[in-house]
Design a protein around this ligand. Structure first.
Ligand code: GLV
Ligand code: MN
Ligand code: MN
Length: 412
């Protein structure tokens, strides 16, 4: 049975895991930042060493396809595998990196062994999966595209405009608006990822077969009141935007729990203006990330969030406005590919169980255009989006081997 080179895969993950590492121990590889650019260059150099050519599409997705296939094979719909190498601020070394590096390892093994393919195998490393500028940016561009107006309106968490950061990293904004996957060019996609939750570890199982991926919505809620002197303005006449935002945020947990046991609502970022200890805040902006695995409940949850913010704003004599992204829909994953993953895990003597993903992934976009599967491996302590995020090297190897089997099964 063909297997991946575990030592090479581990060495690659460890090397990539040093790029963008901060003093606090986490990884800071925001999309199109200097560290993300360094990680992309490292990835491309690993491809070059393996004799694999990298194409970069208009939005910056890196695509690496099997060389040495006949023109006839090259013309057929391809099997894609990959993930992302950008991170959240102070993120971990496995989220995204595992799937991006393991897919490259699979392609290297296929190439080294000269496996005869019936269809091309391509690795995709998607831009800005973590949504600093827009949720699942790279795959969203592929499946639905972005207008110039949408790209112009994108602002990152540091206040930088997408257009400026993207162009500074070498991107071409006109090419970004033209990015789309050609219809019919994909046969299937499969992504390896860490679970980012505790389920597999608690069960003591090595492989997760992902049945579906959660829906994701949200954006920025802005409360607008009036800035005033913090000493001289009586409490009764204030229009304090942050007090209203605080009341709104305090209501968010119950908005989630009253919707479903799977719904979640998070505020991860707050900013106020003018931002001074002795000034009543005139403007308060809070980010809202809401999720649920059910499409109808996503609509219910969004309506509740908006209605609650409006009624709190009214109570506090403020205005409120919403700058929400287009909701990324929940996606069921392909049943046939789930069966393949199950069979491949079993053939390697691994215990697998089915689970749904409460994290977002580019695979949920790709599932709109091709049969798509995802393989999970356990996360130690269920931790992710933090420096402590970890997975054992044995689980990394197992997951990469099941990925290799599944890619070969799809492509031969
Ligand atoms: C991506 O990691 C997400 O679930 O936000
Ligand atoms: Mn990820
Ligand atoms: Mn992530």
């Amino acid at each position: 049975m063909l297997s991946i080179d575990a030592d090479r895969l581990v060495a690659d993950l460890q090397e990539l895991g040093q790029i963008g590492r901060s003093k606090g121990g986490g990884l800071d590889r925001s999309s199109f930042s200097t560290a993300d650019t360094e990680a992309r260059q490292w990835y491309m150099s690993r491809c070059a060493e393996a004799g694999l050519a990298v194409k970069i599409d208009g939005i910056g997705n890196m695509i690496v396809c099997s060389p040495n296939v006949s023109a006839e094979v090259a013309s057929r719909p391809a099997v894609w595998s990959g993930s992302h190498i950008d991170t959240v601020p102070s993120g971990g070394q496995f989220d995204g990196a595992l799937g991006a590096v393991a897919a490259l390892e699979c392609l290297r093994r296929i190439h080294e062994e000269g496996i005869a393919l019936n269809r091309p195998v391509c690795v995709a490393v998607y831009s800005d999966e973590e949504g600093n500028f827009s949720s699942l940016l790279g795959s969203s561009a592929l499946v639905r595209g972005y207008s110039r107006d949408e790209l112009d309106a994108m602002i990152g968490r540091d206040g930088d405009h997408f257009v400026d950061t993207f162009e500074a990293a070498g991107g071409d904004i006109d090419a970004a608006t033209r990015t789309r996957i050609a219809s019919g060019s994909l046969h299937a996609t499969v992504e390896l990822h860490i679970e980012q939750g505790p389920f597999l570890e608690q069960l003591g199982h090595q492989i997760g077969i992902v049945t579906g991926i959660v829906g994701m919505g949200g954006g920025v809620v802005t409360f607008r009141g009036r800035s005033d002197h913090a000493g001289t303005t009586p409490m009764a006449v204030r229009r304090d935007a942050l007090v209203a935002a605080g009341a709104f945020l305090a209501s968010c947990p119950s908005l989630a729990t009253s919707t479903s046991s799977r719904a979640v609502v998070t505020c991860g970022l707050i900013s106020v203006e003018p931002a001074s200890a002795n000034v009543v805040p005139g403007v308060a902006r809070v980010t809202i990330d809401f999720r649920d695995p059910d499409a109808d409940r996503m609509v219910t949850l969004e309506t509740k969030i908006i209605d609650t913010a409006r009624s709190i704003a009214e109570e506090h004599h403020l205005d409120v406005d919403f700058d929400f992204e287009r909701t990324i829909q929940p996606a069921p994953l392909d049943a046939k590919i789930q069966g393949m993953i199950e069979g491949n895990a079993k053939a390697r003597g691994l215990v697998a169980s089915r689970l749904s993903s409460a994290a977002g992934h580019d695979s949920q976009n790709m599932a709109l255009v091709a049969p798509t599967g995802m393989i999970f491996v356990p996360s130690i302590g269920g931790r992710s989006h933090c420096p402590e995020e970890s997975t054992s090297w044995a689980d990394v190897e197992n997951g990469a081997n099941v990925l290799l089997d599944t890619i070969i099964q799809l492509a031969t």
